[in-house]
Design a binder for this molecule. Structure first.
Ligand SMILES: Cc1ncc(COP(=O)(O)O)c(C=O)c1O
Length: 387
């Protein structure tokens, strides 16, 4: 029997993704290679997952060494070394005292909500306009995308979304009696790439302290080196009570994490939360190497250098379609005067993958290992597409 050409029939996949473009068969560095051999510069990087690009020796090596132990999974009923070492590594790099591992960004936020409710003994959770925290029932309730929410209501009760930057509305929503947690992305990703003011984060910190509410920073997209520091919050000087991570954590294997203070962790007991796969030895081994690679000072310095160049170049894009550019490190949004989707398609036809972030924003999340030459080529393609 001969193999069926990949595109000949529609695959029996649930239609929740509007998949477009070529069938990708391999990747190297910042490039994806399609079935027909065409190469694409990938400035989406799995929506921020492939921070070390494709086929990185650190990730390959970690997977090979982990497989050699024979342990892909060991139940959380027992101890295994990689998860313990990863927890040490992440805690050592952060404000936190403890780590909880799960399998995705939404799961990390759902876990953080549960931890906050158990610790604070108050159910209220406050999130902000433009925020995105996932598509499970509680994370969706904290996500400001009516079109994603409406078909699935009722969502989890007790979660309010207030206008970002509106102090009066936030003070009305965050109360000592009701609020257990406040969640915010230090740089909003899906909502259009909006870096949140450090003063606003500092003000939220004070408000949470005054109300005994946990301040959760969702760094699923903006964390782990993406903005040029290991955690995005480092640039604000504001320290949360919990931070959630996922996307690049395990080099493309599914993994999420919540890092938290002892004060909150000590409210949790065996059985309060769990997930079968969370922090298994294979994913944790890979994550340990990814965290060490990204956390190396010279690596982060290279992200900042690349980001400074990219931000400067985007700010001088020769296109009347561009309204503004925003970003930090290697996370950039280009606000257009018109819908962004046609330019995603046009760039792809010219060999560059970019994403949208809302209707009029083009989003660039190149791999953190992107070279200067690749950045220059990518921006040139984008500039041509926006001409
Ligand atoms: C800031 C943020 N939080 C949470 C999520 C949800 O992560 P996941 O898709 O892994 O559930 C995302 C995904 O894009 C995100 O950008």
């Amino acid at each position: 029997m001969t193999a069926t050409p990949a595109a000949a029939t529609a695959p029996p996949l649930l239609g929740v993704y509007a998949r477009v473009g070529p069938l990708f068969t391999s990747g190297q560095g910042a490039e994806l290679v399609a079935e027909d051999g065409a190469r694409y510069l990938d400035f989406v990087a799995g929506i921020g997952v492939n921070a070390l690009g494709y086929n990185h020796p650190v990730i390959r090596g970690a997977i090979e060494r982990a497989l050699a132990t024979g342990l892909i999974h060991v139940s959380n009923l027992y101890r295994s070394e990689p998860g313990e070492r990863l927890a040490d590594e992440l805690v050592g790099r952060s404000f936190a005292d403890q780590a909880f591992f799960c399998n995705s960004g939404a799961e990390a936020n759902e876990a953080a909500f549960k931890f906050a409710r158990k610790w604070a003994q108050k159910p209220g959770i406050v999130a902000f306009s433009g925020g995105f925290h996932g598509r499970l029932f509680a994370s969706l309730a904290a996500t400001d995308r009516p079109e994603y929410r409406r078909p699935f209501e009722p969502l989890v009760p007790g979660i309010d979304i207030v206008p970002l930057g509106d102090r009066a509305a936030t003070e009305r929503a965050v109360t000592a009696e009701r609020t257990g947690a406040v969640i915010i992305e230090p740089v909003q990703g899906e909502g259009g790439v909006h870096p949140v003011d450090a003063e606003w984060l500092a003000w939220l910190r004070q408000l949470c302290d005054g109300c005994r509410a946990a301040l959760i920073f969702d760094e699923v997209q903006c964390g782990l080196g993406r903005t040029g520091t290991f955690f995005a919050y480092e640039q604000s000087g504001v320290v949360p009570d919990m931070v959630t991570l996922a996307k690049p954590l395990a080099g493309g294997l599914p993994m999420g994490a919540v890092l938290l203070k002892d004060a909150i962790g000590s409210a949790l007991a065996p059985g309060d939360h769990a997930t079968t796969f969370g922090g298994g030895p294979l994913v944790a081994s890979v994550a340990l190497e990814v965290v060490r690679a990204i956390g190396a000072p010279e690596f982060l310095a290279s992200v900042r250098r690349a980001g400074e160049w990219l931000g400067g170049r985007l700010a001088s894009l020769r296109s009347r379609r561009v309204r503004s550019v925003r970003g930090r490190g290697l996370m950039w949004g280009i606000e257009l005067a018109e819908p962004a989707a046609p330019f995603v398609a046009l760039a792809r036809e010219r060999g560059l993958l970019v994403a949208t972030a809302g209707p009029k924003v083009l989003r660039l999340l190149p791999p953190l290992v992107v070279t200067q030459d690749e950045l220059e080529r990518g921006v040139a393609i984008l500039e041509g597409a926006l001409a």
